[in-house]
Write a protein that binds this ligand. Sequence first.
Ligand code: ADP
Ligand code: MG
Length: 343
Amino acid sequence: MPDITNTGFLTAISQQSAGVSIELDSVTKRYPGQPAPAVENFSMNIRPGELIIFVGPSGCGKTTTMKMINRIIEPTSGSIRIDGKDVLSLDPNQLRRHIGYVIQQIGLFPHRTIAENIGTVPKMLGWSKGKVAERVDELLRTVQLDPAVFANRYPRQLSGGQQQRAGVARALAANPPVMLMDEPFGATDPITREKLQAEFLRLQAELGKTIIFVTHDFEEAIRLGDRIAVMSERSQIEQFDTPANILAAPANEYVSSFIGQGAAIKRLTLIPVTEARLLPAAAEGTPSMPIDGSLRDALDLIVLTGSASINVVDPDGQPMGSLDHASISAVLGAGSLPVGGRP
Ligand code: ADP
Ligand code: MG
């Protein structure tokens, strides 16, 4: 039975531009016949418009947790609230139409064209043909697939990266306030992946949705996340914090091992050059970088050019000052960069 109240609530949250909150409260999932729960006592509060990353090993319960949020599966115990409302009180089909879901392995319908794939949910929501077509066109452009080229193709006629763009477009179709993205860029090569990440960040800056994004790739987590949940077995949260805080102070050995080598270097990626104290501009001919770059870019340039210092220039190419190894190191705190044979 369609529930008028539920539909009203879901329509209302869909019209909120700033995303909605998601609260998980002691959520546990036991699959029948499994000795241990897949997800155990998982609690997390996600603020409206936050982009949360789940990272953790295969089998730790990331997909299960996402599927409980859109009620593809039901928790054994605990509760999940979207914008304060228990998801179990909402009609599951209606709920799913209001949560964008990009599944692992893309999951486009193989026998439907790209346009039909993207229009699936709007069509189910009863939009007119014209409105669906208009939306499909707009979304294809948003994910940078030319509608004239791609709308009438079938998924197999697209590359992995193009299919993933189409998958993201399909999840965005009904403008859902919540997006669940399960390794959405998993099947792409590093260059395509970087492009997709950049587009995705641009899109999110515009749309401000509440997003849970699963990845295996810690670099991707750092680049995209407002906060990262580092998970271990049975979805235990080892640390849940901003990328900068996790890199600066991993909670334990487990988190450190996830970060891998070069935590200091990764931190530099997050810090703009403007955070460093600039030295007077160096002589003409010194290698230079733009003022909107990161300290990682600065360090790369020093290493690649072998120059003792580099100039930072404004958009007109005028030197604003210079940086050397020590001034970069100083931003991280004394001794943070592996120089002079530190272990
Ligand atoms: P992840 O997405 O982090 O790789 P999953 O949520 O897919 O992890 O799986 C968590 C655990 O639950 C794994 O041990 C997996 O084998 C088990 N599991 C997942 N789906 C089912 C299912 N339908 N029936 C039984 N066990 C399952
Ligand atoms: Mg998974």
